[in-house]
Ligand binder design. Structure first.
Ligand code: GLN
Length: 454
């Protein structure tokens, strides 16, 4: 814990942490030592981790990287973080993200962008500042820079998997319902899932087991036993059918993304798995569907920030002024854009044309996967359509930014488990990730196959 507290200080130029909690870390490590001495070590005993600043932590600032939550100290702890502390993990602090987890590059944070530890040049004097991906950019940077052994992330449309790919680490979004959403600041409730970001698949298996489990406080939490994910890492994938969706060969896919995908297929074949071509015909509608459903739910979830209950309060003459002033000052540009899109697609005149249509297409996307999983046991795709880009690129054009999520959102809409594993290095010297998707609640197969690739 001491070494990691130091490391957290060392990586300050990356802006990965919003709040460092060194005293808490050392105090928790002491308690951990005491438990260990008594022979009561938990599965995460003494392991220093970072917490995405979207998880409520009792008495510790929780910002969601938004100005509107300034000064907010929750009076309760999220279920996921409680589970981790129960199992002995040690908290290093709260890490940066896109505001309310809306973004793919960690550039919409009120607390400034995060710089990837892969950026070339001297620390603090980089020749190019690369994004760590998003929205869990602080989590990814902290783990990739070796300042934390693991970090919690959340994934609504790719926010665990894409930053993991950009920074050369492992990130798994479990099946919707595996991890409790209780105490996680809501973005799009039917999509949000927590998951671990770690250096290795084995670490991810250990941390995931601690994070998940049934929680009566979340109505969408699923009451199913939590397997020993680590025991699933047998290395044996002989006879496993690996689906390769032809629709993911999107137009304009860079040659090296296609190449690493083919390489992944070869590795799995060499280990005894059998690649099969599958079709997910509604893939082309996934992005459009996601960017209706997610903003719709966000606009509803974010209605609670009114200047009365949480964080920032900008007074005005009337109650309406208070609402308007607080929300006007508190939300950043991307969040406002999502609220506007969301309220538009939910408005009486457009509800059927947009929101209802999107819900129907979402079901089709789920059916595509149901059908595909009759013919295969796991699906292999690239995680992202490019390696990490530089801060400043794609910034003026939200559509360009949304395209980043083309491979990750379908599984989010379908609620399936998805994982990114580091698979190689591109011609620009930056990490490339491959994504594995599994049947609902079959994280074990996803992890097992992932370990063969890493
Ligand atoms: N990049 C996507 C978005 O901006 C996904 C974000 C996430 O998964 N939280 O909505």
């Amino acid at each position: 814990a001491e070494a990691h507290v130091k490391a957290v200080e060392t990586i300050r130029p990356l802006n990965a942490f919003i709040t460092e909690t060194p005293d808490k870390a050392l105090e928790m490590a002491k308690a951990s030592d005491a438990r260990r001495a008594k022979g009561e070590a938990g599965p995460m005993e003494g392991l220093p981790i970072a917490v995405k600043d979207l998880f409520c932590t009792k008495g510790v600032l929780t910002t969601a990287a938004s100005h509107i939550l300034d000064g907010f100290k929750p009076e309760y702890e999220s279920t996921v973080t409680s589970n981790l502390w129960r199992d002995g993990a040690v908290m290093l602090g709260k890490v940066n993200l896109d505001e309310f987890a809306m973004g793919s590059a960690n550039i919409t944070s009120h607390h400034g962008n995060v710089i990837s530890p892969w950026s070339p040049g001297e620390v603090g004097n980089w020749s190019r500042q690369l994004v760590p991906g998003g929205s869990s950019g602080g989590s990814a940077a902290a783990v990739a820079a070796r300042a934390a052994l693991g970090a919690t992330g959340t994934d609504t449309g790719g926010s665990i998997r894409q930053p993991a790919a950009f920074t050369g680490i492992v990130g798994i979004k479990p099946t919707y319902g595996r991890c409790s959403r209780w105490g996680v600041v809501a973005f799009a409730s039917s999509l949000d899932q927590a998951g671990p970001m770690t250096r290795t698949v084995e670490d991810a298996a250990i941390m995931l087991r601690s994070m998940c489990g049934f929680d009566p406080k979340d109505s969408t939490s699923v009451d199913m036993p939590v397997p020993d994910f680590r025991a699933a890492l047998t290395g044996d994938i002989r006879g496993l059918r690996v689906g390769i969706p032809k629709e993911y060969r999107v137009e304009g896919m860079p040659a090296e993304i296609a190449a690493i995908w083919d390489q992944g297929i070869e590795w799995l074949k060499a280990a005894g798995a059998e690649p099969v071509e599958i079709s997910l015909p509604h893939t082309k509608y996934a992005l459009a569907t996601y960017y209706i459903v997610a903003p719709a739910e966000a606009s509803s979830n974010l209605a609670r920030y009114d200047g009365v209950r949480f964080g920032l309060r900008v007074e005005g003459g009337s109650l309406k002024d208070l609402y308007e002033n607080t929300r006007g000052a508190g939300f950043g540009k991307e969040v406002r854009r999502r609220i506007l899109i969301g309220t538009y697609v939910l408005s009486a005149g457009y509800y059927d044309a947009y929101y209802n249509k999107a819900r129907q297409v979402r079901t089709r996307i789920k059916w595509d996967f149901d059908e595909a999983f009759q013919r295969c046991d796991v699906i292999l795709t690239p995680t992202a359509p490019s390696t990490a880009f530089a801060i400043g690129e794609k910034m003026d054009d939200p559509i360009q930014m949304y395209l980043n999520d083309v491979f990750t959102v379908p599984a989010s809409l379908a609620g399936l488990p998805g994982m990114s594993v580091p698979a190689g290095i591109g011609s620009d010297g930056l990490p490339l990730g491959l994504q594995l998707l599994g049947r609902p609640f079959d994280e074990e197969t996803v992890l097992r196959v992932g370990q063969v690739i890493e």
